[in-house]
Design a protein around this ligand. Structure first.
Ligand code: NAX
Length: 331
């Protein structure tokens, strides 16, 4: 019989949290045989709503759910957690300067880094969802030096899945037959969705996307901007930002990290750069990765053309700027 794993969701009273916790409790994140104990953290103004979510989790009678901790105390929330999904953060409000938003999130992620470092399980895996996701993850890494850098990641799987979705819609094929797109860089509108190595499984075998869609203008133009701007398109349509797709992609991210990627398939994760593909070390940058035995590794040796290089550098430059802005907030 499997011991339950403790999964922390911060910002659990928010809209992504509301979509995410039932997915975790149903086994979508860690598999149908893995019991879980949910730790949900939010801030005091959201305590009532958070308790409501706890009540609904009890009412749903999930067989895999072995306990629920709902709290506004960050130490209680972090204690003993094996997986931490960081969804809580300070949103950008109209008229706010970028630096003010950054400053709020830097102080949140600095404090939560220390709590995780001191109270989480030693092998805790961390996924940052809250924006600016890459830079929040970097701050978390800097202020939790005893958590291995490889355990701290950010979510670009939603962008990855959006890219798969666009290719599948365009070709009218099953999304599960499309694979190996790449999201490079920042989870922002400078991200670079790359299809140069992507393939589709057809009845005649695996074919490159660039062969099946012989429309470079679309692949190098509208496809890229559609994926980059998808978050804004959802807000326009729903009057709320993406939630179910973000929650589902967060489950995919942890699922594949813990349980492994299928052979011959890679996914995109924001991870600590070691200088791969000449991306400056010290940034949390989205790369193509494969996962095995609970560890990710960057897919090496992919050919990068000049068009891609320019876009990969542009998003790296934005991350370097965000990093210095974040550091200026610490000073
Ligand atoms: P909501 O505003 O609905 O929920 C955020 C929750 O976080 C609120 O309940 C709030 O009280 C809580 N919170 C604020 N400060 C906190 C703190 N210090 N500790 C714990 N909880 C805290 O936002 P939602 O739509 O759920 O989005 C959450 C975050 O995900 C945002 O930062 C958003 O920008 C980001 N996103 C990231 C995506 C990605 O792919 N990486 C995509 C979706 C989403 O936009």
């Amino acid at each position: 019989k499997q011991e339950p794993l403790r999964v922390l969701v911060t910002g659990a009273a928010g809209q992504i949290g509301y979509a995410l916790v039932p997915m975790i409790a149903r086994g979508a994140m860690l598999g149908p045989n893995q019991p879980v104990i949910l730790h949900m953290l939010d801030i005091p103004p959201a305590a009532g709503a958070l308790n409501g979510v706890k009540m609904e989790l009890i009412d749903a009678a999930f067989p895999l759910l072995k306990g629920v901790v709902a709290t506004t105390d960050v130490v209680e929330a972090c204690s003993g957690v094996n997986i931490a999904i960081m969804v809580g953060g300070f949103p950008r409000k109209e008229g706010m300067e970028r630096k003010d938003v950054m400053s709020k999130n830097v102080s949140i992620y600095k404090a939560q880094a220390s709590a995780l470092e001191q109270h989480a399980a030693p092998d805790c895996k961390v996924l940052v969802v809250a924006n600016p996701a890459n830079t929040n993850a970097l701050i978390l890494k800097e202020f939790a030096p005893s958590i291995p850098a490889k355990n701290i990641t950010c979510l670009t799987r939603l962008d990855h899945n959006r890219a798969l979705g666009q290719i599948s819609e365009r070709l009218n094929v099953q999304v599960s037959d499309v694979k190996n797109v790449i999201i490079w860089g920042n989870h922002s509108s400078t991200q670079y969705p790359d299809v140069n190595h992507a393939t589709v499984i057809t009845k005649d075998g695996e074919k490159p996307v660039r062969e099946l869609i012989a429309d470079d203008k679309w692949l190098n133009g509208e496809f890229i901007t559609t994926v980059q701007q998808r978050g804004a398109a959802i807000i326009k349509a729903r009057k709320l930002s993406s939630a179910l797709s973000a929650a589902s992609s967060a489950c995919d991210h942890i699922h594949d990290w813990v349980l492994g990627t299928p052979k011959g398939t890679w996914v995109s994760m924001g991870v600590y750069s070691d200088g791969a593909y000449d991306i400056q070390p010290g940034l949390i940058y989205s790369f193509p990765v494969t996962c095995e035995n609970g560890e990710w590794s960057i897919v090496q040796g992919l050919k990068i053309d000049e068009f891609s290089r320019g876009k990969m550098n542009a998003t790296a430059n934005e991350l370097a700027e965000e990093k210095s802005l974040a550091y200026s907030c610490l000073a």
